[in-house]
Design a protein around this ligand. Sequence first.
Ligand SMILES: NC(=O)c1ccc[n+]([C@@H]2O[C@H](COP(=O)([O-])OP(=O)(O)OC[C@H]3O[C@@H](n4cnc5c(N)ncnc54)[C@H](OP(=O)(O)O)[C@@H]3O)[C@@H](O)[C@H]2O)c1
Length: 324
Amino acid sequence: MVSKRSSHTVCVLGGTGFVGREIAGELVRRGYSVRIPTRDRRHARALQVLPGVEVVSADVYDENALLALFADVSSVINLIGILNERGRDGSGFRKVHVELVEKIARACQEDRVPHLLHMSALKANAETGPSHYLRTKGAGEIAIRNLAGDELHYTIFQPSVIFGPNDSFINRFARILQKTPVLPLAKPNSLFAPVYVGDVARAVCQALENHHAYDRSYQLYGPDEYTLKEIVAGIAKELRLRRKIIGLSEPLSRIQAWFFDYVIPGKIFTLDNYRSMAVASVGSEDGLAALGVTPTPMVAIVPRYLNAGARQRALSGFRTQSRR
Ligand SMILES: NC(=O)c1ccc[n+]([C@@H]2O[C@H](COP(=O)([O-])OP(=O)(O)OC[C@H]3O[C@@H](n4cnc5c(N)ncnc54)[C@H](OP(=O)(O)O)[C@@H]3O)[C@@H](O)[C@H]2O)c1
């Protein structure tokens, strides 16, 4: 599986995901070879066409599998993260955001990988985080800092919500708005500074093997701050949909989260998600600027993929109406 030793190979855990695909593309453009483990090779279809990308079926919870994956790499990028757990006691989040991160850092040490880059989240805090998601993301950061030293350096990224073609945030609201004339919106005044996935990928690649980025954390956020209601209203306007967006009060927001968590299957909005939104997902130290990346505003990117998606839906609508 792991073939030749090369100092120009980067292992990207979680590389099949939304952010990972963008980072893989950026790494390939910069001349790196990329190794991406996956639980299911079908998740990596879009990556197979990229030259220099090796997709490996692996169980990343198995320490020996990690050692094999990292044996000849110059850096490891960890993007594995979850927004929802199966239960509700935080143990699912802990397994992915803390225990797995410790295993990854230890395997880096054992394989003498000098640099571990890790994707956390803005406002992650092991103590004061209002949700399991934010507390475990914070605990994962502490685990990495504790294990790092002269042999293993870390770079931690703390992004706000990330947008770009194939994101789940903007596209999910676009789909909901297509279906309903009235949208009762929980936590309408929650603040975000959405950051473009292409900027996140550039920031991560700028930090790679960059001694100035060793043992530092970077907040990644976009140039503009919006409330959730402003974002959703902007999506409706861009799609030319006349929709009534009703911002719910705090108690009604909580009831909606409870209802989606306990009654509706699929965990599209949980109490833990609701709790995460208690803190503003906006930053104060510009990590993109520190890494030499100019932030891209939402207005420059979102209309393009929203309208492309809408055109696609309109075309498929024609297709279903067509008798041919
Ligand atoms: N997207 C955002 O707006 C945002 C905002 C802040 C922070 N972040 C953080 O950025 C990172 C990347 O986010 P993303 O949006 O690209 O996530 P994503 O699309 O869900 O991708 C995550 C990848 O990790 C792997 N993965 C997921 N759950 C796993 C599990 N339980 N065990 C092992 N592997 C698992 C999956 O790979 P396979 O299925 O191929 O194994 C998946 O492709 C995450 O750590 C996330 O918390 C994202």
